[in-house]
Design a protein. Structure first.
Length: 85
């Protein structure tokens, strides 16, 4: 069953905060889920976007998802900082 799910995530559909369009990126990171923030390479350089969908394949996907952004660790650091103050 996990192989089926892994195959479904071969292309991540990513949307950026600054735009209304979504873009397809090749993906081999199994841990990525819908709603995750990811780093991708665009014509503007490295950019953070939100995963809004997955596809099996896409001819439009030419670049790879670089990594998942660990926002949970960031939120934990903020909470620790609040408790200190």
């Amino acid at each position: 069953m996990s192989t089926v799910l892994e195959n479904c995530k071969r292309v991540a559909v990513v949307k950026f905060d600054s735009g209304y369009k979504s873009y397809d990126f090749k993906n081999d990171i199994k841990e990525i889920e819908l709603g995750d923030k990811v780093v991708v390479k665009t014509s503007l350089g490295f950019t953070v976007g939100n995963v809004v969908d997955f596809k099996l394949e896409s001819r439009l996907a030419s670049e790879w998802v670089i990594q998942r952004v660990d926002t949970e660790s960031y939120e934990n650091r903020l909470q620790k900082e609040k408790r200190k103050n």
